[in-house]
Structure formats: C-alpha cells, structure tokens
Design a protein around this ligand. Structure first.
Ligand SMILES: [Zn+2]
Length: 246
C-alpha cells in the first residue's frame, strides 16, 4: 500500500505541483502561479502564532463517551454527488478504509487567487484543479471528503468510506471539509458559513461526534499551518461555540 495518504496537502510544495497544472490546463481559471495552499508556506510556519487555540479548546463540551459509528458509502443528505464535478474515480487500491469517524477538520484551499465567484462552474473547476494537483503529487484522490462553495453547495469529494489525506498523522477517522477559497485574502460568504454549520451538524448527529472533536486544521497538535485562514478561523470558533446552530 502506498503511503502517500499519510501526508496532508499542507506538507507538499503545491506551488510547484499546481504551477505545472495551471500552466497547461487551467488557463481559464483565475488562479496564478504563486500558489500558497491550505498551507503553510515556509514563512507562515517560521514562528508560532501566539493566539492559536490549543488542540482541545478550553470551555467546550467534553466528548460524550458513545460508540463511534462507521462511515458508509451512501451520499449524505444535502450533498452533491462527486459525479457532479468529476468522472475520475479514486485509486482505491492505494487507499485505506476509513476508521470509525471521531473528528471533523475544517480547511480552506489557500490558493493564491481568491475563488470570488459563487457560480457552480467556478466551483467545479476549482475542485478539479485541486484533485488533479493532489493526484499529481502521487496521491490516490483529492484529500478532502467534502467541499463547501461560496453559494453554500456541499460537494462530495473523496468518498467517506476511505480515509482522507488532509491532516498529517491525524487522518484516520477524520472527516476533511474544505471551505472553498483563500480566507487569508477573501471572506467566506454567509451562505457558505450556514452550509458549513448545517453539514457539520448533520455529520455530528450521524456519526456521534462532539463539538470538541470538530477542529480547524491549525488546531491540531503539530499542524504547522495557518489554515483555514485569518478570516475563517474566528468565524469557525464562533460557530463551534454555538454548537454549529444556524
Ligand atoms: Zn488545511
């Protein structure tokens, strides 16, 4: 079994990976060659950010000790099927089956140019760009399980039955949700934030995941990243403090 899914997108040089893809295939998409990614470019990793919450935020409800629920193959309610944006199939021979779900992690894509558009075509193009970049890196598929666009659509990405590739060393049982856009340079829309709340709530109920087990990427111990960006992180913290109620 390949080991590439142990990595997270944040740990690779996506400037090089995406730059090549963009130059050859994405000329219609407003993304430049200076790609940053959900990641920590070296300069953002250099020093710790003093105001980061710890991996287990203080004051949040403690986890309820109930048996975890296994992920299923079924497309979840309110989620646009993967086939809506790609005909490519995951290379499942290289992938690990998902462990019982225990965590949810929120990301942004961190591409150098903002998403800006709420159009379905822009969302599809951006998802395809990200998937091809991940595959180009040697991974089996796009690393995230879901993506939420600026119109509030929730797109299925990597099927939930397969372990994701989005938080280095913390992928088993961890649902990866990509909030589309770069929230260091743009702000999430209200529709996008509502959709994140609705989707997280549905996952929490379905898989018995506590609020304290829903984190942003930067909140994971050892995650050297600014993901999900300075404009989304405080919104995410507020949503969690309200148990993701819309
Ligand atoms: Zn991330």
């Amino acid at each position: 079994m390949r080991n590439n899914d142990e990595q997270s997108w944040e740990s690779v040089d996506r400037r090089a990976v995406l730059g090549g893809i963009l130059r050859t295939t994405m000329t219609g998409l407003a993304v430049g060659t200076g790609l940053l990614g959900c990641t920590p470019a070296a300069r953002t990793v250099a020093r710790p950010m003093p105001d980061l919450p710890t991996a287990t935020p203080i004051g949040l409800p403690t986890r309820t000790p109930v048996a975890p629920v296994a992920a299923t193959e079924a497309t979840l309610p309110g989620v646009l099927a993967r086939t809506q944006w790609t005909s490519a199939r995951p290379r499942t021979s290289d992938m690990r089956k998902q462990a019982p779900l225990r965590n949810i992690t929120i990301h942004h894509d961190g591409l150098a140019s903002p998403l800006g558009s709420a159009s379905t075509s822009a969302s599809k193009a951006r998802l395809d760009l990200i998937r091809r970049a991940h595959v180009g890196q040697g991974w089996s598929d796009i690393g995230y399980h879901f993506a939420v666009d600026r119109a509030g659509n929730v797109w299925q990405c990597r099927p939930l039955e397969w372990e994701g590739a989005h938080v280095k060393r913390h992928n088993p049982g961890n649902v990866g949700i990509l909030v589309m856009g770069n929230f260091d340079i743009e702000r999430p829309t209200d529709a996008q934030l509502r959709a994140v709340c609705t989707h997280v709530n549905m996952l929490k109920r379905t898989y018995r995941i506590a609020d304290s087990s829903v984190k942003s990427h930067r909140e994971w111990a050892g995650a050297a990243t600014a993901c999900p960006g300075k404009h989304l992180q405080p919104k995410f913290s507020g949503m969690r403090s309200r148990s993701f109620r819309v």
